[in-house]
Design a protein around this ligand. Structure first.
Ligand code: VG1
Ligand code: CO
Length: 552
């Protein structure tokens, strides 16, 4: 079909600066005329080599996903792309999009998601661009896109009809081809190449292993049903809340102890399953549970690293590992025992990209329920669950025992994150400013701590700046750190994924080597540091808040 291309005049919106993971705004903001179009055109204006190239498009199925995809397809055609690969029904989880970008060697991909943020007309929408390596656009690129969004004068769009997103196959529009693909098949094939599906399947089919996966009414429902139930033979009903809904059933599709209520209730009941897991809106996060047992994400990545050789895809060992700065140092202990490097990066998956591309690391993770490896360039929820299933099938032990043994070998890093959500942007900025001033003079911080009767002395404090070991680019202001002489840490940063006001995240960690103290309660063990963290940052004085809204 031949097609008319229109050049539409537009004026810039000045708030299209991507955050930790793409551009996230209220859905209504994205629905304003020209808003989505401007940002997509800004991406196209920034990308070299578009003519005739391939582009992947898909999303987590939230409200406005389909409409946004139709617009993006029209704009891709008008901007001269040669092939647009779209997931059926407009679905692609974030890790599956990364897999497809890599497999079909596309110029990149546009993923529509606001991840774990709620969806719906009054909730959140988001858009992120992933580059040809399958990973989130690095900072230089997101900055360039932002600059382009402020200079935009027009966008290009074709006058073609809507594509039938529900039917697999190819459609030609002008010179471009639109391919609607099965959103699960390529990803499932990749998983099959990494894990021992025979052994995992035998365990899941045996009848002696109870497993429950909570897809939280989001995108992983289709992946989990296909892989866990259909392919690996877990009983039907293993996957709960498995239908992707545009509003995630009105819930936060955020896999943590607060939001994955149904799963947590099952696992903590008297005769609950042996293993439970959940993923988020776009399928890149994971939460791991044993029977009446919660595995912190920081421990999970460390345990996967320590057991990686049990998984066929990592049988040859790991080249190196990385964690985001606020993630606990449990991973560092494993790396040091394995004799491999451990990198510390700023928060956000984009900072792992160069290390993965350069072959410096095989595995990486974040405290925020993100774990992944060099199989794609995103964190990957289903993959993390398969890592645990593969370990469990090999070790034949309860989750809790595996974790306890790990602590005995490596020590336990008690860890918690306290989020103060919904404070005003001004108060958030004031707290960070106050902290930045304090850490500029470590002597003052030490004296303050001593005066407060702190148990351990200060080793260092700073505002974390990162120099990428591969391209030497520098990222500053990545979080305030207080590091104590016993390895304890208090870290502060503002969230870069919210859509209103500010969220202050306070991360608290304390390593404990003595076996006798490892079974203690996390919040009690960290109580002194928690109290110090609030007073030091003057959280109550500045924001009026005495307690966090979410503790993970
Ligand atoms: C949060 C997490 C961060 C994660 C990011 C995207 O960012 O802390 O570790 O990479 O979300 O995850 P922030 O800036 O709000 O702390 V996802 O699953 O929301 O794409
Ligand atoms: Co996500």
């Amino acid at each position: 079909m031949s097609v008319n291309i229109r050049e539409v005049a537009t004026t810039p919106f000045n708030d299209q600066k991507p955050g930790t993971s793409g551009l996230r705004k209220k859905t209504r903001q994205f629905q304003q005329p020209g808003y989505l179009e401007n940002f997509v055109q800004a991406i196209f204006n920034t990308l070299p080599g578009k003519a005739g190239a391939k582009l992947v498009v898909g999303g987590d199925g939230r409200y406005f996903n389909r409409e946004a995809i139709q617009t993006i397809i029209r704009m891709a055609v008008a901007n001269g792309l040669g092939e647009i690969i779209v997931g059926q029904h407009g679905f692609l989880s974030t890790p599956a999009a990364s897999c497809v970008i890599r497999k079909y060697q596309t110029l990149g991909g546009i993923v529509l998601s606001a991840s774990h943020n709620p969806g719906g007309p009054d909730e959140d929408f988001g858009l992120k661009f992933n580059a040809a390596n399958g990973g989130p656009a690095p900072e230089q690129l997101t900055n360039a896109i932002y600059v382009a969004s402020k200079e935009i004068e027009s966008y290009r769009i074709s006058e073609s009809e809507d594509i039938d997103l529900d039917t697999l196959g190819d459609v030609h529009i002008g010179n471009a081809r639109v391919r609607v693909i099965d959103p699960v098949a390529d990803y499932a094939e990749l998983m099959r190449s990494i894990f021992d599906f025979g052994k995992i399947g035998a365990m899941l089919k045996s009848g002696d292993f109870g497993f429950c996966f909570d897809a939280m009414w989001a995108i992983t429902g289709i992946y989990a049903k296909a892989i866990f139930e259909e392919e690996l033979g877990a009983p039907r009903g293993t996957v709960i809340n498995g239908e992707p809904l545009t509003d995630f059933g009105g819930h936060h599709p955020d896999p943590n102890l607060v939001h994955a209520k149904e799963l947590v209730a099952k696992l903590f009941s008297d005769d609950g399953p042996d293993f439970g897991a959940a993923s988020d809106g776009d399928g890149d996060r994971n939460m791991i549970l044993g029977r009446q047992f919660y595995v912190t994400p920081s421990d999970s990545v460390a345990i996967i690293a320590a057991n990686a050789r049990l998984i066929p895809g990592y049988r040859d060992g790991l080249r190196g590992v990385a964690r985001s700065m606020p993630t606990s140092a449990a991973l560092d202990a494993v790396a040091s025992k394995l004799g491999i490097p451990c990198f510390e990066t700023p928060t956000g998956w984009k900072f792992f990209g160069n290390l993965l591309d350069a072959g410096r690391i095989t595995l990486c993770g974040e405290e925020s329920f993100g774990t992944g490896s060099d199989h794609v360039r995103e964190k990957d929820g289903i993959w993390a669950v398969l890592c645990w299933l593969n370990m469990l099938a090999e070790r034949q032990q309860p989750v809790e025992d595996i974790v306890h043994e790990h602590w005995l070998t490596y020590g336990r890093n008690f860890y918690t994150r306290h989020d103060f959500e919904g404070i005003s942007s001004e108060d958030g900025a004031a707290i960070m400013e106050h902290l930045r001033t304090l850490v500029a003079s470590p002597k003052q911080v030490s004296d303050w701590l001593e005066n407060e009767g702190a148990e351990t002395g200060l080793a260092s404090c700073d505002d974390f700046a990162y120099t990428d070991p591969v391209d030497e680019s520098i990222s500053e202001n990545q979080g305030i750190r207080l590091q104590f002489s016993d390895g304890s840490r208090i870290i502060y940063r503002l969230s870069g994924t919210g859509t209103v006001g500010a969220t202050l995240r306070v991360y608290i960690e304390k390593p404990v080597k003595e076996a006798g103290r490892q079974q203690a309660d996390t919040q009690e063990t960290l109580a002194e540091l928690i109290a110090l963290s609030r007073k030091f940052a003057r959280i109550e004085e500045i924001s009026g808040r005495t307690e966090p809204s979410v503790i993970t």
